[in-house]
Design a protein around this ligand. Structure first.
Ligand SMILES: [Zn+2]
Length: 182
C-alpha cells in the first residue's frame, strides 16, 4: 500500500522542516494551526500534537490540514516534495477506492479525537475556574496583620487551591500519556 510506503520514507520531523518548522531543544515549536506565543506543538513518535488547539495526526494529516487538501492530493504533494516517485504511474480503481476508504476512516478518527479533546478541555477549564476562585479567596481571606487569627474560611480556600492545582497537574499528565499512546 502506498500510504505505508510513503510513511516509511518520510519521517514527521523531515516533513516539518520542509514546512519551515524547527523544533526547539524541548522538541516544541509554535503551532502552525493556531496563533500562539509559547510553543505547544510537538512530536510524539511519528505524530504531531498541539496542546493549544488539539491539532494532531501523521504526515498526511499535517499536509491535509496545512494545505486544505484531500488525502490523495496530500500523498501527491509529499511524493513531489521528497521526490519519492511512488505516484508516477496512474492509480488503479482499486487503489483509489482504498484511498477513499482510508480518508473516510481518518475523518471518523479525527472526529472521535475532537470529541475527546472537547470533553477534556471543559473538565480542565472547570478545574482552572475553581483554581482561580480559590486563589482569589486565599488573597481576600489571608490575615492582614500578624495578630489576626487564621480563619476557617482561609484554611478552606488554601486547601481548595491546593487540590485544584493537583487535579490540573493530574489532568495534564493524563493527556500527555494519551497523546503518546495515540
Ligand atoms: Zn495549535
Amino acid at each position: 500500500m502506498m500510504i505505508s510506503d510513503i510513511k516509511e520514507r518520510v519521517p514527521m520531523q523531515a516533513l516539518l522542516e520542509r514546512y519551515g518548522i524547527q523544533l526547539d531543544r524541548k522538541g516544541k515549536a509554535l503551532c502552525p494551526f493556531h496563533k500562539e506565543k509559547t510553543p505547544s506543538f510537538g512530536l510524539y513518535g511519528q505524530r504531531f500534537h498541539c496542546f493549544g488547539c488539539g491539532a494532531s495526526g501523521d504526515i498526511f494529516d499535517f499536509v491535509m490540514m496545512q494545505e486544505g487538501i484531500s488525502l490523495p492530493a496530500a500523498m501527491e504533494k509529499i511524493d513531489t516534495l521528497f521526490g519519492l516517485g511512488l505516484l508516477g504511474r496512474k492509480m488503479t480503481v482499486r487503489q483509489r477506492q482504498n484511498l477513499r476508504e482510508e480518508e473516510r476512516r481518518r475523518k471518523a478518527a479525527r472526529k472521535i479525537e475532537e470529541k475527546k479533546e472537547e470533553k477534556w478541555k471543559s473538565a480542565y477549564f472547570e478545574c482552572a475556574d475553581r483554581f482561580r476562585e480559590a486563589e482569589k479567596d486565599v488573597a481576600d481571606l489571608s490575615p492582614k496583620t500578624m495578630e489576626e487569627p487564621l480563619s476557617d474560611a482561609f484554611a478552606d480556600a488554601v486547601s481548595r487551591l491546593f487540590y485544584a492545582e493537583i487535579e490540573m497537574e493530574e489532568m495534564e499528565k493524563e493527556r500527555e500519556k494519551d497523546v503518546r499512546q495515540s
